[in-house]
Design a protein around this ligand. Structure first.
Ligand code: V0V
Ligand code: CO
Length: 146
């Protein structure tokens, strides 16, 4: 089941400057930065709630590290802005993706790939989702029971 908005992905030209904007303007100071070579990005996850209920949500700021990466291509066409939304699963992301594929929506990867902070991710094609690139996320600590 999809149980939350895990994150909103935002494409930017300058990761440090954009992180600084969110820090100064809203006070989001819990920042995790990593490089994802496969996805062609350097990204910052800004935790935006700390209610302690385990249902954290994030902004994901994305700066391309290669000109041929999906985010570089998108930035060249659209400029900075919202690039994708990501739903969090409460179980295995592969099962979730298979269920959605069965409804006729294109899932981009045959197997889940590595996402931020040890998560497993997959994407749904924006043309099958009313123009929204949609990501499915299974957090590192959300392994299915058993
Ligand atoms: C492209 N299109 C989009 C879009 N990207 N529409 C909405 N939102 C987006 N982000 C539209 C585009 O305007 C075109 O529409 C059409 O899709 C084909 O686009 P294209 O520019 O020719 O690009 P493609 O087809 O080469 O690639 C598009 C896809 C690509 C979605 C297949 O971006 C992709 O593989 N994305 C998944 C990986 C990704 O985005 N990684 C970065 C985040 P018209 O003009 O034909 O109407 S990594 C991440 O989130 C991580 C690590 C994490 O969360 O942990
Ligand atoms: Co993402």
């Amino acid at each position: 089941m999809l149980t939350r908005i895990d994150h909103i992905g935002i494409a930017c030209h300058d990761l440090e400057a954009t992180v600084d904007f969110y820090r100064r303007t809203y006070g989001f100071t819990d920042v995790h930065i990593e490089v994802n070579e496969e996805q062609g990005v350097r990204e910052a996850m800004l935790r935006i709630n700390s209610t302690g209920d385990g249902a954290a949500s994030y902004l994901q700021l994305l700066q391309p590290i290669r000109d041929d990466s999906p985010v570089a291509k998108w930035l060249a066409k659209n400029g900075e802005g919202v690039h994708h939304i990501a739903f969090g699963t409460d179980g295995d992301v592969a099962d979730e993706a298979a269920g959605i594929a069965g409804k006729g929506v294109r899932v981009l990867y045959e197997e889940p790939r590595r996402g931020s902070m040890g998560s497993r991710i997959n994407f749904l094609h924006p043309k099958d989702c009313h123009g929204v690139l949609t990501e499915l996320v299974q957090k590192a600590d959300e392994r299915p029971e058993g």
